[in-house]
Design a protein around this ligand. Structure first.
Ligand code: SF4
Ligand code: F3S
Ligand code: FES
Length: 249
């Protein structure tokens, strides 16, 4: 006699109405940001990005936000959700308190263009300033530049950055005047400063020794908490500070 096959019950997911309170700003019409509520049927496993897409598709086509990959890779949909910087495509409704309106706003500290879209240029300008590319020594080698696994591990964390700006735009120092290089640029610098194949560490350290550089960090840790890639940003900033003090890289 063959044993009966027990098929596990599939849990039934039920869509529930969830209110999204979205900070709107239409530059041709509005003089300041205002809130608008949208009620959307959502499954617990839906993401905030799904809600925004439903609102744009079914309720208000003027709602503007950035997104591309939908899977936490491109870094284009950073926004402030319930007061905290996150990627909309990585934030599930079940992980938020949906018994009250879920607030969605543009990230802070960068010029607001429309609704949830900010001008990212100041963020990328700081990134470019720290020379985020390999500066090798000498002539082009005839074979690959070798590196031990131990040396590679030293800067591995920073290679995970997707330039989403969640960190920089959660930093209170950056909010004050937007002049501070910001944690993302320092992470990018760290990634090359501690790369054994690179010869540009001294240049980058000098750039970050600027009055708007690494010393403006007050170890607030907002950046580390906000990073969707789990990068230990504050630790990286401290390592750059130490490298500046000891100039041992
Ligand atoms: Fe985004 Fe993290 Fe990179 Fe900052 S360090 S830009 S939060 S991925
Ligand atoms: Fe800002 Fe992060 Fe430093 S939040 S103050 S860069 S630890
Ligand atoms: Fe690409 Fe969210 S849409 S990271």
């Amino acid at each position: 006699m063959t044993a009966a096959v027990v098929v596990p019950e599939t849990p039934v997911l039920i869509a529930q109405d969830v209110t999204f309170r979205i900070a709107r700003f239409l530059p041709d019409v509005d003089s300041e940001v205002h809130w608008e509520d949208f009620v959307v049927p959502m499954y617990p496993t839906d993401r905030v990005l799904d809600a925004l897409s439903k609102i744009k598709g079914d309720l208000d086509g003027t709602l503007s936000f950035r997104r591309s990959c939908g899977h936490g890779i491109c870094g284009s949909d950073a926004m402030r959700i319930n007061g905290r910087n996150r990627l909309a495509c990585k934030t599930l409704v079940k992980d938020l308190d949906s018994s009250k309106p879920i607030t969605v706003e543009a990230i802070k500290g960068l010029p607001l263009e429309k609704d949830l879209i900010v001008d990212m240029e100041p963020f990328f300008a700081a990134y470019r300033q720290v020379l985020p590319f390999l500066i090798p020594d000498g002539h082009e080698p005839s074979r690959e530049r070798l590196q031990s696994a131990e040396d590679r591990a030293i800067f591995d964390d920073g290679t995970k950055c997707i330039l989403c700006a969640c960190c920089t735009t959660s930093c209170p120092v950056y909010w004050t005047d937007g002049q501070y290089f910001g944690p993302a640029a320092i992470v990018a610098a760290h990634r090359f400063i501690f790369d054994s194949r690179d010869s540009g560490a001294e240049q980058r350290l000098e750039i970050l020794n600027d009055r708007e550089g690494v010393w403006r960090c007050r170890t607030t840790f907002n950046c580390t908490d906000a990073c969707p890639r789990g990068i230990e940003i504050t630790k990286a900033i401290q390592e750059v500070k130490r490298a500046l003090i000891f100039r041992r890289v």
